[in-house]
Structures are given as structure tokens and as C-alpha cells.
Ligand binder design. Structure first.
Ligand code: DSN
Length: 413
């Protein structure tokens, strides 16, 4: 039986030698990893800085306050809660703060790029405890959604919370139009920017802060922080509901969570400092530039992309023209040392475990320092590996991938 120590070192090698192209994955900084695994994990701290239920808070209060202040500055918001364990509990906290069971929420359908917590029906808490309406991509160019029809639905159904956020949508979201939609029925507007938060702070994706009441983001994707989440209340949110920050805090603790993970909170503080630097802005620009090149090169090779391209860090490929399903393609790519995930395409006729597409992202490749030249090479490998069921070809590509990875090492210590 291998030991955990051995398995972790094997996982480290895997991360070093393969191309990490799942768009929600990224490499964090060694300082963040050290903070998460530090003595901070020994400490309980129910409550908030200055108002805790336990003693011994002299240093951890300062850490949490620093994290809050840096996050507020980074996103330009008056209130930040850095305690949510991850994105799903953070979204649950928003609903818990603002809704009663059976109230109506509205979110983007999963196969159109939304998330399970945005009201996916029947099997998720968000679809079971609330009356959930799902909206869909309806146009092949901006604003992508049919706001005339959505306005009719909103007037009729009066959702209390409208969620706008994506996990597999490659375009910019029309924040102002969603704000106008929410205003029709005075709904709270929640932006889930987990995927693009790093691009927002880098200035390459539009910020929702001016338009929405609450912003939720996870901290480990394009932001490159630890695995955690943040809930922010905007100025607009406080004008809409002066008790909103209090409601959100109460929903996190004591509503849904116990002691916060202080190592993660320290990691969030470190991430927020790094994300404010000009180097991070350059990183964000390169993530998007790389994704655009990848899109162009794949299209040249006959690939069909959902929305025909990308404005952010990810692409969703509809594999119908390649006559292969998403799961088979993802397995072939893994054999070739390229790690992606099978993903539904809008109105996918296939089941979620064997959908018609794959999702590809550039955040981790860019974190290794890869640029335009490498994207062209990788597009070629993607195309060859997905189109072929020849294991030998896959192994040959895996060897080339390893060589490329050696040229772009990443510090995982
Ligand atoms: N699992 C995340 C993703 O891959 O996008 C969303 O929670």
C-alpha cells in the first residue's frame, strides 16, 4: 500500500509533467500553501474579529482583518466576508440570508454554463429548497441572453434572488442588463465571479461591482489563492438593503458554518496582495490572450466552439464535428498528458457523464509562463489526440508534453 506521503509526491510529479487545462484549476503560490498548512489550522475562532466566542485571538484577528481589508481594496467594495469554506457554501449562505424555503431564485442553466448551486433542479439544495427558474443562452452574439423574454418571466415569477455567474461560458456578461432585470422586481442580484475574478481584478473582464448587490468568488481559480471563497457586499447592495452585510455575516456564522479555516484566510490575504500588483495584471492579460490564440488555432483545425470563441480564460468545444464524445476525448487527452474535463454544451442531448463537449482553460498554463507559441503547439496536440484512438500517438504526445513542461517548471514546494 503506498503511503500518503508517496501519493502526494506522485501527484506533485503529475502536476509538473502534464498540462493542467481544466479552467477552474490553477497553481497557487508557495507562500499560500505554507500559510494554509501552518499552525493556524490549530486554532478555533468562531465569530468575527473583535467579537469571538473563544480566547487566544490576538494574532488571528489581525490576520482576518488584513484579509478583509485587502479584499475590499482589491475589488472596491465596502464589505467582505472571508470565511466561506468554498463557493457552494458561500452561495448557500446568500440564499439562507435572503430567502425562505419555497422562495423563487433564478440562475443560468448548468448546460448553458451555470453552476449546480444556481438552482439546478431536483438534486441540488438550490433546486430543491427553492422554486428555481433557469435561464439560457438565446443569442449567438452579445448580449447572449433574450432580455425581453427574461423581463416577462421576471415580472411574472418575481424571483427574490437572481444569480449571474458561470463555470463554462466563454464570454463577457452584460452586467448592466441583468441589473435592469433585477430592478424590475427589486430582486437581489448576486454575481458569482468564481471563474473570472482574477481577470476582473486584472482589468481584462468587466467588474460587476457597480451593478450587483453581492459578489461571490472562490479564491483558487484565476485568483490563484487557496481553496476558499469570499462574499462581498457592494455599495449598491447596502443602498438596496442597509442590513445586507449583517445578514451575510450572520448567514455564514452562526447560520451555516462553525470555526473559519484561518490558514485559508491567511492565504486569501497573501493572494489579495499579489493580485493587486502589476505583474498579476500582466498575468491576467496573458491568460486571455492565450485563450484567444487557442480558440483561433482550434477553429483552424475544424473545431466548433460554443459562442464561436472566447473573451476570457476558457473555451467550450462542441465535439460533434470531430465525431467523438466529451468523455472519450478527455480520456484520450489524459493519455496524451493534457488534463481537461468533459463538459455539457448548451441543450446537450447527451447525459452529464458523457456530454458532447470538453472545457479547456489557460490559467495554469499561463501561470507556468507559457505564451502564444506554446498555445499553437498545444492546439495541434489537442487536435491530434482527440481525433485519434491510437495509444501510441497519445504516448508520443505525452512525451512531448513532458518536455514542454520541463521548459516551463512550476514551483510546487
Ligand atoms: N467545479 C468548479 C469548476 O470546475 O468550474 C465549479 O465549482
Amino acid at each position: 500500500m503506498p503511503t500518503i506521503k508517496k501519493l502526494i509526491s506522485q501527484e506533485k510529479l503529475r502536476q509538473q509533467r502534464t498540462l493542467m487545462m481544466i479552467p477552474s484549476e490553477n497553481y497557487t503560490y508557495p507562500e499560500v500553501r505554507r500559510a494554509v498548512g501552518s499552525v493556524l489550522m490549530h486554532k478555533y475562532a468562531e465569530g468575527y474579529p473583535g467579537h469571538r466566542y473563544y480566547q487566544g485571538m490576538r494574532f488571528v484577528d489581525q490576520i482576518e482583518k488584513l484579509a478583509q481589508e485587502r479584499v475590499k481594496r482589491l475589488f472596491g467594495v465596502p464589505h467582505a466576508n472571508v470565511q466561506p469554506y468554498s463557493g457552494s457554501p458561500a452561495n448557500a449562505a446568500v440564499y439562507f440570508a435572503l430567502l425562505k424555503p419555497g422562495d423563487t431564485i433564478m440562475g443560468l442553466a448548468l448546460d448553458h454554463g451555470g453552476h449546480l448551486t444556481h438552482g439546478y433542479p431536483r438534486i441540488t439544495f438550490s433546486g430543491r429548497y427553492f422554486h428555481s427558474l433557469q435561464y439560457r443562452i438565446a443569442k449567438n452574439r452579445p448580449p447572449w441572453f433574450d432580455f425581453t423574454q427574461l423581463a416577462r418571466v421576471v415580472r411574472r415569477e418575481k424571483p427574490k434572488v437572481i444569480v449571474v455567474g458561470t463555470t463554462a461560458f466563454p464570454r463577457r456578461l452584460p452586467w448592466k442588463k441583468f441589473a435592469q432585470l433585477a430592478a424590475l422586481v427589486n430582486a437581489y442580484l448576486l454575481a458569482d465571479i468564481s471563474h473570472v475574478a482574477g481577470l476582473v481584478v486584472a482589468g481584462v473582464c468587466p467588474s460587476p461591482v457597480r451593478w450587483v448587490d453581492i459578489v461571490m468568488t472562490t479564491t483558487h481559480k484565476t485568483l490563484r489563492g487557496p481553496r476558499g471563497a469570499i462574499l462581498m457586499v457592494t455599495k449598491k447592495g447596502l443602498r438596496h438593503d442597509s442590513k445586507l452585510a449583517w445578514k451575510i455575516n450572520r448567514a455564514i456564522f452562526p447560520g451555516l458554518q462553525g470555526g473559519p479555516h484561518l490558514g485559508v484566510i491567511a492565504g486569501i490575504a497573501i493572494m489579495a496582495k499579489k493580485a493587486a500588483q502589476s505583474e498579476f495584471h500582466r498575468y491576467g492579460q496573458q491568460v486571455v490572450a492565450n485563450a484567444k490564440i487557442l480558440a483561433r488555432e482550434l477553429k483552424k483545425r475544424g473545431w466548433r466552439l460554443v459562442t464561436s470563441g472566447t473573451d476570457n480564460h476558457l473555451l467550450v468545444a462542441d465535439l460533434h464535428p470531430l465525431t467523438v464524445d466529451g468523455k472519450t476525448a478527455a480520456v484520450r487527452l489524459e493519455e496524451a498528458g493534457i488534463i481537461v474535463n468533459a463538459n455539457a454544451i448548451p441543450n446537450d442531448p447527451q447525459p452529464p457523464f458523457r456530454p458532447s463537449g470538453i472545457r479547456l482553460g489557460t490559467p495554469a498554463l499561463t501561470a507556468r509562463g507559457m505564451g502564444e507559441k506554446e498555445m499553437v503547439i498545444i492546439a495541434d496536440w489537442l487536435n491530434q489526440a482527440v481525433r485519434s484512438n491510437d495509444n501510441q500517438l497519445h504516448s508520443q504526445i505525452a512525451q512531448k508534453v513532458k518536455k514542454l513542461c520541463r521548459q516551463y517548471p512550476i514551483d510546487l514546494d
